[in-house]
Design a protein around this ligand. Structure first.
Ligand SMILES: Cc1cc2nc3c(=O)[nH]c(=O)nc-3n(C[C@H](O)[C@H](O)[C@H](O)COP(=O)(O)OP(=O)(O)OC[C@H]3O[C@@H](n4cnc5c(N)ncnc54)[C@H](O)[C@@H]3O)c2cc1C
Length: 423
């Protein structure tokens, strides 16, 4: 393998795949390095996917990608330890505001990866990047791997997920703080198709999601979810890392409390665990965002620490930021401009203009308390439930309604009718 490329992409999650595909489609010579042994190796789990974000990359994905179910029904529940209250929304396939599918990450990532190879990306799995290589003046000119190999490029895109090991080890960002990271414990549970369709009252490839917020175990507030796949359920519950530490519950005890909840237990009956994992996700919101670019490098996806508990669209943000990082590099390459921090600042402009980052900034500026108070339902799970419901109905389209809702949320959310109206 040659050791010089126009662009190196670190990571083969949604952000890295989106960046690599965009670059390759524009004719650039791309190397993608991924530490897992094969695509989706560490993500045998389900996810909700907002269709327009993928459609911009692969217009005919609906006929190509391994999709599980199309979401036609969404339940939003707030829970206390014994009961729940909530809403149920139904949408038709022609609705533009809720165009979502459930996917299983392992087959989905495998499909995405094969699309990359088809587009000409050189992909190397089982390759862990340890650090970036810099010139004396600090400019990033390549990466070094755990196997001692060195690869060089005009630009390096870091799409390495929430832990950001390469960026941290290379001094490109500070450590990730427990106050800005959530831990989610999740299971994939097999449920025979006829039982699933009977229980959730769906047919064909129609599906249902449950978005849950509240207190699942004594003194611990968090968020949970249940997504229907074809013949399985994706089930998870998450809390801020420092809250779990304070509660002295282990992650699996937290999941057990969640599954035993009287409102949750009947939904999971007769299902068996096929996969279990505990994963970190960024929840700091706009304010903890690290540096997004520098001399010869850019960061996208979860590595940007973009998460906000009110958005729940990490994969959408990853696909979008990966595409925008790549479009920035393509634009500079086309005009023969160097990949300097000054020119790469175009990436920040693109992110600022994108609906999703604008939404995050609104969350961060809604009276200065949203990040802190919304964080996984710490202060008032009922407020979080209302805000989540309102925001997830149009989180990605940047409508002005979000700002109004977030301001209310920051103030205390007493005008509930506006939330009701948005759901
Ligand atoms: C429980 C849970 C449920 C979620 N559900 C949803 C959902 O329903 N909808 C949604 O939109 N989002 C969801 N998300 C968020 C979503 O999964 C993430 O936002 C998304 O995966 C981020 O993509 P990414 O490419 O930035 O990072 P990742 O998906 O984490 O990918 C990073 C990749 O980089 C690789 N890597 C890391 N370090 C190195 C290294 N040093 N060298 C080489 N490779 C490296 C990793 O192996 C990994 O493959 C969920 C997250 C969690 C935790």
């Amino acid at each position: 393998m040659a050791d010089h490329f126009e662009v190196i992409v670190v990571g083969a999650g949604p952000a890295g795949n989106s960046a690599a595909l965009t670059l390759a489609k524009a004719g650039l010579d791309v190397l993608q390095l991924e530490r897992a042994e094969y695509p989706g190796a560490k993500t045998g789990q389900g996810s909700l996917l907002w269709a327009p974000a993928l459609e911009q990359l692969v217009p005919d994905f609906r006929t190509q990608a391994p999709l599980e179910r199309y979401i036609v029904e969404r339940y939003v529940w707030t829970l206390d330890e014994a009961a729940h209250s909530g809403t149920r929304d139904w949408t038709s396939r022609s609705s533009a505001t809720s165009d979502r599918y459930t996917v299983l990450r392992a087959p989905f990532d495998a499909w995405f990866s094969s699309a990359l190879k088809g587009a000409g990306v050189r992909v190397s799995f089982a390759t862990t990047v340890t650090e970036v290589i810099r010139e004396d003046d600090g400019r990033v000119i390549g990466v070094r791997t755990a196997g001692g190999r060195e690869f060089y490029a005009d630009a390096v895109i870091l799409a390495e997920g929430v832990e950001s090991l390469v960026a941290r080890q290379s001094g490109l960002r500070e450590d990730v703080h427990p106050q800005s990271v959530a831990l989610t414990v999740k299971e994939l549970r097999r449920l025979p198709r006829h039982l699933l369709e009977d229980r959730f009252k769906v047919q064909g490839d129609d599906g249902v999601v449950f978005e849950l917020a509240g207190t699942f175990a004594a003194g611990v507030a968090g968020q949970g979810f249940i997504y229907t796949n074809r013949e399985s359920l994706s089930v998870g519950v998450g809390c801020m890392v420092d809250d779990i530490v304070k509660s002295e519950l282990t992650p699996s005890e937290l999941l057990t409390c969640f599954k035993r909840h009287p409102s949750i237990r009947p939904l999971l009956a007769d299902s068996d665990v096929v996969d279990f994992s505990a994963v970190l996700s960024p929840e700091g919101g706009y304010r903890v965002r690290p540096k997004l670019f520098g001399e010869g490098w850019l960061v996208c996806g979860d590595a940007m620490q973009p998460g906000s508990p009110v958005l729940r669209e990490g994969a959408t943000l990853a696909l979008t930021s990966g595409r925008l990082a790549a479009e920035t590099v393509v634009e500079l390459a086309r005009h023969g401009r160097p990949m300097s921090a000054r020119h790469l600042s175009l990436y920040r402009d693109k992110l600022e203009r994108s609906a999703i980052l604008r939404s995050l900034r609104k969350a961060g500026s809604g009276g200065g308390s949203v990040d802190e108070e919304a964080t996984f339902g710490r202060s008032d799970p009922r407020r979080l439930g209302r805000a989540s419901r309102a925001l997830s109905s149009d989180a990605a389209d940047g409508k002005g309604r979000q700002r109004r809702l977030l301001r209310q949320f920051a103030r205390g959310g007493s005008r509930e009718q506006e939330f009701e109206g948005a759901a």
